[in-house]
Design a protein around this ligand. Structure first.
Ligand SMILES: NC(=O)C1=CN([C@@H]2O[C@H](COP(=O)(O)OP(=O)(O)OC[C@H]3O[C@@H](n4cnc5c(N)ncnc54)[C@H](OP(=O)(O)O)[C@@H]3O)[C@@H](O)[C@H]2O)C=CC1
Ligand SMILES: CC(=O)C(=O)O
Ligand SMILES: [Mg+2]
Length: 648
């Protein structure tokens, strides 16, 4: 008997299941499946694509699965999936469009071991080894998931160089996804600096030379007119979150072109580990429009288009085709997170698509929310309300003006003062000095609201002396700009100066934790974008927090998904800030922390998700009805667990 792709069927004596048996989407659960697609109608060669069982088949106890459960004729229910019912885009395709005929077959043996979504390595049980043609393909020992984690951590710790640890983690993600996530979830404090900042920055810089297996989708200028087709090449069909970059402002490292892919990949692994979004629902994308980085253009191992960046209409058209294709392929409720775009595109993209798509700019909005949370909790240490403080930023780009606006919005809500008034409590410095009214005409549009009445001030330290801020925020991407004089000046003005050095990676941090505590004589309340080890100063150990949007975006995204939100609203950002600030306990304050440790991040994310979802319902932006009674419990119940599934 021949299957649809021409291979013969072999019946397994234990399971009674044929190896390549074609089945409907209502497969029995917990069986690894391979979805094959035949593109005969556009004369492409046939191929088999391994996909996660999660995307095609109902998972027991997973609320997200409700949506694919249509084949029994039941009315499809709204679910975590965001109500995207037309899984393969067949219903929404017009008659003259090509569609993809899918069928599902069972993965086994050698290919099962090489399918990261289903591979368990040595943890395959004896029964599974019999049932799935694994005998002889594995050594005799059977180990459990916990022992695999222990061994993997042991292996990773053998590497002294962070980039080698990064590579070991990426290899694991490509080999055994559930082990990767269990490892990351259980060792989050230790592994976050590896899969995320600072190491991911170095990985992006060297992405070409360390490149092995491609991760995510690469869409380049050459793909103009074919973006929808490219999205269909991705094996998973039920995508809930896309993180997309064009690589022009990777952390504080600048234009890394196509090699920025490390960022969407890293961010999405946090969506899963920290926020519980299923890996199969996450899609990292890099839009390659070229690079203006000479080093990349001259690097023989560079993986992207070897040309200068497209801009203007050419850029806008490609982005528009992308945004349209995403909505067409994944529906209204797929979350598109813009990440590490340069500010000359980031603000415009957010403005253009915020009313038509579910979009979120992590650098503008996520950063704002995490910093506001830190400030709300810092008030417990320094006293007063937000309105009693003065804020000075070094850096007036996405992060700086995004944070500034959310602070002003929160003060406006608290005091009923108009936004134009509350903005006056916030001052920003860019590469040309203090932003003041006399500079208005030459300022980029996102800086204009911050052009207050003041004489020009060139030097940052002079701006501190004249503005007398209580809070200093670094968002410049320029390392070592909070000099000894800067920190000492802040400390002479404030008993407890709040100093946030947000720039990433560590090399770009405005100052180190050690410098902040030493130069402030141990009085600074300090947090940084990339982590620093605890510092001992004058016999006291100071633990600095990590002011990083990683606290916000995973829970924020989960909140949008569980409520079926259709748009992002600023009030959701405020709700996320409050939820995060509420998670800081007296024990944390006693250590000088203004953020909770990452160890409890899943619990924190569930609280953020619940507050964000609650706000979506309140604002009438939620489409998943009725509203669950206990949103925290519901958020927790929706979270992906990396536990191995049992295969019959
Ligand atoms: N911790 C976190 O969660 C996050 C951290 N970040 C970090 O923040 C940094 C900035 O990101 P983003 O706002 O998107 O970048 P942008 O490029 O949008 O903005 C950078 C700003 O800094 C100014 N600037 C640069 N160098 C100097 C300098 N030497 N002195 C004074 N001002 C300077 C620029 O001035 P001009 O406008 O005149 O060019 C610009 O206003 C990056 O390092 C990024 O990694 C970003 C997001 C989140
Ligand atoms: C953290 C982050 O998003 C950035 O540095 O760009
Ligand atoms: Mg970013």
């Amino acid at each position: 008997m021949m299957s649809l792709n021409g291979s013969s069927l072999v019946k397994n004596s234990v399971t009674g299941v044929s190896r390549t048996q074609s089945q409907s989407l209502r497969l029995p659960v917990r069986r690894p499946v391979v979805v094959s697609m035949l593109n005969n109608n556009n004369n492409r060669p046939e191929r088999n694509v391994s996909v996660s069982v999660d995307s095609a088949v109902k998972e027991v106890n997973a609320p997200v699965a409700a949506e694919v459960d249509e084949s029994d004729g039941k009315k499809p229910s709204a679910s975590v999936g965001g109500g995207v019912e037309d899984v393969y885009g067949e219903d929404s395709a017009t008659e003259d469009q090509f569609i993809t005929p899918w069928f599902v077959s069972v993965a086994s043996g050698y290919s099962l071991l090489r399918d990261p979504h289903h591979n368990k390595g040595l943890a395959f049980t004896e029964k599974e080894r019999d049932a799935h043609y694994l005998r002889g393909l594995l050594p005799p020992v059977v180990v459990n998931h916990d022992l695999q984690v222990k061994k993997m951590m042991h292996n990773i710790r053998q590497y002294q160089i962070p980039l080698q640890r990064y590579q070991a983690m990426m290899d694991l993600q490509e080999r055994n996804e559930r082990l990767f996530y269990k490892l990351l979830i259980e060792n989050v404090e230790e592994l976050l600096p590896i899969v995320y900042t600072p190491t991911v920055g170095e990985a992006c810089q060297k992405y070409g030379s360390i490149f092995k297996n491609p991760q995510g989708l690469f869409i380049s200028l050459r793909d103009k007119g074919k973006i929808l087709e490219i999205l269909k090449n991705w094996p998973q069909k039920k995508i809930q979150v896309i993180v997309v970059t064009d690589g022009e402002r990777i952390l504080g490292l600048g234009d890394l072109g196509c090699q920025g892919m490390g960022i969407p990949v890293g961010k999405l692994s946090l969506y899963t580990a920290l926020g519980g979004i299923r890996p199969s629902a996450c899609l990292p994308i890099t839009i390659d429009v070229g690079t203006n980085n000479e080093k990349m253009l001259n690097d023989e191992f560079y993986i992207g288009l070897r040309q200068r960046r497209a801009s203007g209409q050419e850029y806008a058209e490609l982005m528009n085709e992308f945004m349209t294709a995403v909505k067409q392929n994944y529906g209204e409720k797929v979350l598109i997170q813009f990440e590490d775009f340069a500010n000359h595109n980031a603000f415009d993209l957010l403005e253009k698509y915020r009313t038509t798509h579910l979009v979120f700019n992590d650098d503008i909005q996520g950063t704002a929310s995490v910093v506001l949370a830190g400030l709300i909790s810092a008030l417990k240490l320094v006293g007063g309300s937000l309105a009693d403080h003065r804020f000075l930023f070094l850096g007036a780009g996405e992060a700086g003006t995004g944070i500034a606006e959310l602070i002003a919005l929160e003060i406006s809500k608290q005091t009923n003062a108009p936004l134009e008034e509350t903005r006056k409590k916030v001052w920003l410095v860019d590469s040309k000095g203090l932003i003041v009214r006399s500079r208005l005409d030459s300022l980029q549009h996102f800086k204009k609201p911050w052009a207050h009445d003041h004489e020009p001030v060139d030097k940052f330290v002079d701006a501190i002396k004249t503005i007398k801020p209580t809070v200093l925020i670094g968002s410049s991407g320029a390392g070592q700009t909070f000099t000894k004089e800067v920190v000492e000046t802040m400390s002479s003005l404030n008993e407890k100066p709040i100093i946030l050095a947000l720039s990433n990676p560590t090399s770009q941090s405005e100052c180190t934790a050690e410098q902040a505590y030493t130069w402030s004589d141990g009085r600074a309340i300090f947090a940084s974008g990339s982590p620093f080890d605890p510092v001992e100063y004058n016999g006291k150990v100071h633990v600095s927090g990590q002011a990083n949007n990683a606290y916000i975006f995973p829970g924020f995204g989960l909140g949008l998904i569980i409520s079926g939100a259709i748009r992002v609203h600023d009030d959701m950002l405020l709700a996320a800030s409050e939820a995060l600030a509420e998670q800081v306990t007296q024990e944390h304050f006693d250590k000088g922390l203004i953020y909770p440790p990452f160890t409890n991040i899943r619990k924190i994310s569930a609280h953020i998700a619940a507050k964000v979802a609650g706000k979506a319902y309140e604002l009438g932006l939620a489409s998943r009805l009725p509203q669950p009674e206990n949103l925290v419990a519901y958020a927790e119940s929706c979270m992906y667990s990396p536990k191995y599934r049992s295969y019959r």
